[in-house]
Design a protein around this ligand. Sequence first.
Ligand SMILES: *Cc1c(COP(=O)(O)O)cnc(C)c1O
Length: 385
Amino acid sequence: MIPYGKQDINQADIDSVVSVLKSDFLTQGPQTPAFEKYVSDYCGASSAVAVNSATSALHIACLALGLGKGDWMWTSPNTFVASANCGLYCGANVDFVDIDPKTYNLCAEELEKKLIQARKDNNLPKLVIPVHFAGQSCNMKKISSLSKEYGFSVIEDASHAIGGRYRGKSIGCCQYSDITVFSFHPVKIITTAEGGLATTNDPSLAVKMKSLRNHGITRDVSLMVSASEGDWYYEQLALGFNYRMTELQGALGLSQMKRLDEFVARRHECQEYYDELLCDVSVVTPFQSPDSYSSLHLYPILLDQGQVNKSREQVFKELRASGIGVNVHYIPVHMQPYYKDRGFKKGDFPKSENYYKSVISIPLFQSLTKQMQDEVVETLGRILE
Ligand SMILES: *Cc1c(COP(=O)(O)O)cnc(C)c1O
């Protein structure tokens, strides 16, 4: 089976993890801070806070921005559930903004419409989380200008997008947001097995997130309420969590970062070859915005349902049966039973629902060969015939 995504681990990655195992620190040592420094320098942000998953990063990012009970948080329905759940963890209300049918990203024009209505209804969001779907940036310029006009904070969920750029700058530079979050799950662009990271240019947000990932504890004397009682002394100032990244993960992440540009370039080669091969197949290939250099986490194709007389389910089944490990990104979050129980229903976000009906992600990863791509497209062509 050719999987839809796959990590790329080399000897240098293995050596870096083994050397941590032989060192004095398995956690809270020098590797994770070195990884953070590398990522913040790469992205051009002043701080980075590494944690044990992007889900944790989203949670503490929401808390650091003050999201709480009674507040509204909005995100895209076309995402993994974690982008929405983080709002619920904080006790906030979650709502969605439908997608742009061209980029499959949260639509900035829909956002504006919904903000105009929310201002009338007096329920403006405190926080909006645009998701850079498949590695392509949302229209951050417009979202950022709306954030100033309507007074909400912005977290970029860039779980798919490390190594990508928007208007010439690295995703994660936070030019148009308060915080950007990355995921290092093995199907993403680089991996630390499990892991996530938040970048920001606001030192106070970085301090808050560093405290929240470590039980709300500080060892910084200047932040303490009382005088230090000795070198052992620390103070818990907030209710935090254990969301720390281990040294094994930090070392792996640091080693992987050194190949990030190569990884993304390789994904672009694969994308260009798919675009070429799929010219004569009746599917819609993913649109690439000129504002964005996508990290190409996914290659989602839309079946042209006027042309094809098989259902998406049937095509998916036949592809899997032929050894092509396809997947579907995403079931709209508001259609999940948990969210339906919270009042959402079919028809609430029709563009995401329509997109979901015909989308299939075909394999895309660094070590995907031309022969494998030929096989994917030949199989697809045969099934759609
Ligand atoms: C993978 C993913 C997450 C969650 O990442 P974890 O590191 O697995 O917690 C969040 N948002 C999006 C868009 C993702 O794809």
